[in-house]
Write a protein that binds this ligand. Structure first.
Ligand code: C5P
Length: 274
């Protein structure tokens, strides 16, 4: 049996720089991954099947699950018994289905001993980034990836208020379609505080439309900013927000425990930025 993790993808910045004639938006985003995620296992079998368990499994076992699409994409006639343990909230701006598809590709390429395909964007705009799995700058419609050098070490807290958000609806609600990109050449960040200070001068252009459709996001950001984090923002099209902490292995967990006690309906998970 082969096991792979599907780490949460976090957009530390998300600049929407334009829109293509087919409706897709042009993005410029700094993306990292956390050691918080879903899990995929794959074993030999006589057919292709998917079983989903874990706290957010409800309704995900259908034939259209991106994990099964990824399996058919990698080996159209091949077989495997796949399980997905869904620890991350769905439709929540942290990769979800794309992270699971990428982990399925990794697991099945090992099980079937076939190479990972070069171009996996057909499975979803975020899948190439999730296959990369390390800090990167995302451009184009999310399909152009530039690896980033190692970032300062950081701990992270992810919080979701329990509302799922439709990505197409958020993009549709964006009134201004073209905002400035990040600087063409990104600076060097000598330490976590310097990096957080730089992030505070960047944007997530989807935050305003997301807060209009899901006002709970504003409450989450307020609560995170009241912790002793270095920086807090919203990931992707929301509703999951993140807070970055010094990598002391303690502060992010302490904030998580407090938030879990105050607002037990919110999902909160602490870990490290990879
Ligand atoms: O690729 P994914 O399935 O995550 O995208 C969901 C939807 O988000 C797309 O159908 C599109 O409406 C919107 N989108 C966009 N521009 C992007 C990525 C997604 O408008 N770069």
């Amino acid at each position: 049996m082969i096991t792979e993790t599907a780490p949460a993808k976090i957009n530390l910045t998300l600049h929407v720089t334009g829109q293509r004639s087919d409706g897709y938006h042009l993005l410029d985003s700094l993306v990292v991954f956390a050691d918080i995620g879903d899990q995929i296992t794959a074993s030999p079998a006589s057919g292709l099947s998917l079983r989903v368990d874990g706290p957010f499994a409800a309704g995900l076992e259908g034939d259209d699950n991106l994990v099964l699409q990824a399996a058919r994409f990698l080996g159209p006639q091949r077989k495997a018994r796949i399980t997905l343990t869904k620890n991350l909230p769905v439709a929540s701006g942290i990769g979800g289905g794309s992270a699971d598809a990428a982990a399925a590709l990794r697991a099945l390429s090992r099980l079937w001993d076939v190479p990972l395909p070069q171009d996996v964007a057909a499975l979803g705009a975020d899948v190439p980034a999730c296959v990369h799995g390390k800090p990167l700058r995302l451009q184009g419609i999310g399909d152009r990836i530039s690896p980033l050098p190692t970032l300062p070490a950081l701990d992270i807290l992810l919080v979701n208020p329990g509302v799922s958000v439709s990505t197409p609806a958020i993009f549709k609600a964006l009134t201004q379609k073209a905002h400035p990109p990040m600087p063409e050449v990104l600076p060097d960040w000598p330490d976590a505080a310097n990096f957080a200070g730089w992030l505070a001068r960047q944007r997530n252009d989807l935050a305003a439309p997301a807060m209009q459709l899901a006002p709970e996001i504003d409450a989450v950001l307020h609560r995170l900013r009241a912790s002793n984090c270095l920086f807090a923002g919203m990931s992707g099209s929301g509703a999951t927000c993140f807070a970055l902490f010094l990598p002391d292995g303690y502060s992010a967990k302490a904030a998580q425990a407090q938030i879990a006690a105050e607002t037990p309906d919110w999902w909160a998970a602490a870990g490290k930025v990879n």
